[in-house]
Design a protein around this ligand. Structure first.
Ligand code: ADP
Ligand code: MG
Length: 686
């Protein structure tokens, strides 16, 4: 193969026939700059116009027929300020009227007598069958149609780009696909009964029938999932080659830990703890995800693991996403570890230089201790003397880059435990999380109060406020969550800054109202949280900064504005901020319940407290990008793959495992290795 044969893929779109600078600019907005990128821009859906039928047997609905222009005329309709083109088309069995708006050129292109194909929606208009703006093409022997008499691709119509335009530039590229290099190893392709890449690309755009389309989708979906799964499996293999200190299990240490804790671990917690302690005993690093609802007792389990590690003479670090959380964890864990005889250090980005230096110096000693901090723990200045375990709280995954950093700071890769309250559906466990072992705390400790969840239309806001005032008067506290920090010109949703003013001087003027959001300085945030925890703020207006981990048992109301803008998993997390004490608690979801789709989603959270079920529903209704977007960033560019299709996912995973079971595979297929390496660098925390 010569380079020129696949050169076309790198050609800028401007150089293609029919692509002017205006079209190129629109394509660029979709991230499409080359012909290769263009052919990988897939249709959103298809209109099946492949059945040609005689006019006399046509019924209202989607139809295609073949005929010739009997009459055609363009005129200006002054009253409607429109150019109208009207045509009568006949096929010998009957006639149909067609009408187009502002496309007067049609009357010149399709003159009387022209043989044509028309596809579109047939309707009754004043007792006559007629079509509005149907697709029309000349019938020419040997020439493929684009928009009629076939399964017609419909592309996502963003930035003013029409499907008709896209079909016109896409079709001439189809013959070039024959030269495309299929990187999927031939054996894998055959074992999984997949069509080759050229065929798949051709048929994803212009399928001749439904089975071609299905085969194309299956092939492209396979690629998306296969490389993703290979990547997580390779990461897993690589971690398994790193050395790590084996931490022995000491039953007395575990007993002393529970004694100081003051309560028994639940069976779920015991099971998770056992799985973690087993991993710690190995000579390769643990890479485990601990999943459990907010308040299910993950931190307690992690603390037990940390105790075992410190007893063995190593340091343990707990890394959390915000300084508020870091302080909160330090405040609750310090007394416990003081009793067990281990010091706790707090490392924050915003610390005064002297304090930061002192904290960092303490890490460089080899004395066992618990280090609590934010991402500042990964900053340049940090070095660890004898790090055995890193616990990452409220993050989905620790990426390749973070692991690399840790390794350089600690000398070797420590054991890793990631904790999350966002349930990961099984389908994602098989794909993006394939490198992690997973432990689940499936039930919260007994004795918690139930949370009543209510969906309320914004018209009912005043009634909800009345209820909140009653709670505050009874001595309880409330959260009000808004999606934005400041008002936006483009989004008609509430912002904390203006909502804070409105509530403070309006409905809650008799109460103390506080404001919290991510743009406050670390010191201000900490001060506000301290005041709220101490009860000197009654109602806290906040963004989702409080989504993670905040614990104020006296708060009994969570009121969420524009609830429709949040994912179910996020709403579930927010709801978990209340119901942490002895008082009955309430979560109000304020939303415009008349907007489409909102009701179905929000009813789900009203009815269910099962985080896993909610995450699966979210995945099905909104797709993975919306929910897991924070950590994905282009990593999960799944276009054809269906992340809810467990059967296919399982099949692809088996294929990936089989491929890797031959240690020579990645040597034999360097192009596969290259794809894996590219995906690897994308799996990071931020
Ligand atoms: P998570 O980290 O999962 O949000 P935590 O470990 O912070 O949960 O636990 C939440 C609260 O429940 C804490 O106050 C903790 O002390 C308490 N808790 C945890 N496990 C138990 C248990 N088995 N019995 C009673 N209380 C528990
Ligand atoms: Mg927690």
């Amino acid at each position: 193969m010569t380079t020129s044969e696949h050169d076309w893929q790198t050609r800028p779109v401007e150089s293609l026939t029919g692509v002017g600078s205006a079209l190129a600019a629109k394509l660029a907005r979709l991230g499409i700059q080359t012909a290769g990128e263009l052919v990988r821009h897939y249709p959103r859906r298809y209109d099946d116009f492949s059945q040609i039928i005689p006019i006399k047997s046509m019924r209202p609905g989607k139809v295609t027929f073949k005929g010739q222009i009997e009459r055609i005329a363009a005129r200006y309709a002054r009253g409607r300020k429109l150019h109208l083109t009207e045509a009568i088309i006949t096929d010998g069995t009957g006639t149909v009227k067609a009408i187009w708006f502002n496309q007067s050129y049609l009357a010149k292109t399709f003159v009387q007598g022209t043989p044509v194909l028309l596809s579109g929606e047939l309707k009754f208009v004043r007792n006559d069958l007629a079509m509005q703006s149907p697709a029309i093409e000349k019938t020419e022997a040997g020439r493929a149609t684009k928009s009629t008499a076939r399964i017609v691709p419909v592309y996502g119509e963003t930035s003013g780009l029409s499907s008709k335009q896209l079909r016109a530039v896409m079709l001439p590229l189809m013959p070039l696909l024959a030269t495309i290099v299929d990187e999927l190893p031939e054996t894998v392709r055959q074992q999984n009964q997949l069509v080759d890449l050229a065929t798949a690309l051709q048929h994803i755009h212009f399928p001749e029938n439904q089975s071609q389309l299905a085969a194309a989708k299956a092939r492209l979906a396979f690629d998306e999932l296969w490389y993703l799964m290979l990547t997580s499996l390779v990461i897993k293999q690589e971690i398994a080659t790193e050395p790590a200190p084996a931490i022995g299990f000491e039953v007395e240490v575990a007993q002393e830990f529970t004694r100081q804790l003051g309560f028994e671990l639940t069976p779920h917690q015991k099971q998770a703890a056992w799985e973690i302690l087993q991993d710690l005993g190995k000579t390769t690093p643990m890479n485990r995800l601990l999943e459990g609802d907010v308040g299910s007792g993950k931190t307690v389990v992690a603390a037990m693991a940390a105790t075992m590690v410190m007893y063995a003479g190593y340091q343990a670090a707990l890394m959390v996403p915000t300084e508020v959380l870091a302080r909160q964890h330090a405040a609750s864990l310090e007394p416990l570890f003081a009793k067990l005889g281990y010091p706790v250090s707090l490392v924050l980005g915003g610390q005064p230089a002297a304090a930061a230096r002192a904290a960092r110096q303490s890490l460089q000693t080899t004395e066992p201790r618990l280090i609590i901090g934010t991402q500042a723990l990964l900053s340049d200045a940090t070095r660890f003397g004898r790090l055995g375990l890193v616990i990452v709280d409220e993050q989905h995954r620790f990426g390749v880059n973070q692991r690399q950093l840790l390794k350089s700071k600690a000398g070797s890769l420590p054991h890793l435990l990631t904790m999350t309250a966002t349930p990961i559906p099984r389908t994602l466990q098989l794909t993006v999380y394939g490198d992690l072992d997973i432990s689940i705390i499936g039930a919260v400790p007994p004795g918690r109060t139930a949370i009543t969840t209510k969906l309320a239309d914004t018209a009912k806001r005043e009634e909800v406020y009345q209820f909140v005032r009653e709670q505050l008067t009874a001595g309880r506290q409330a959260f009000v969550v808004c999606p934005l920090i400041e008002d936006s010109d483009t989004r008609q949703v509430k912002s904390v800054t203006s909502e804070y003013e409105r509530l403070k001087f309006g409905p809650f003027t008799r109460y103390k109202v506080g404001l919290l959001h991510g743009r406050l300085s670390a010191a201000d945030k900490a001060a506000v949280m301290d005041q709220f925890a101490a009860g000197s703020i009654d109602i806290l207006v906040t963004t989702t900064v409080i989504e993670v981990g905040v614990n104020v048992p006296n708060a009994t109301v969570m009121l969420i504005e524009n609830a429709e803008t949040f994912g179910l998993a996020a709403l579930h997390q927010l709801r978990g901020r209340v119901g942490r004490g002895e008082h009955a608690s309430y979560c109000y979801l304020l939303a415009d319940t008349k907007s489409t789709g909102t009701l179905e989603r929000l009813r789900a959270i009203e009815k269910s407290t099962d985080g896993f079920r909610l995450a699966q529903i979210d995945l099905e209704l909104r797709g993975p990008g919306q929910i897991y977007g924070r950590m994905q960033h282009g990593q999960l560019e799944l276009d054809q793959a269906d992340l809810t299709d467990v059967a296919t996912l399982t099949k692809v995973r088996q294929s990936a495992l089989k491929f890797l079971s031959d240690p020579q595979s990645l040597v034999k297929y360097p192009q596969v290795l290259a794809r894996i390496n590219a995906l690897k660098s994308l799996t990071s925390l931020d």
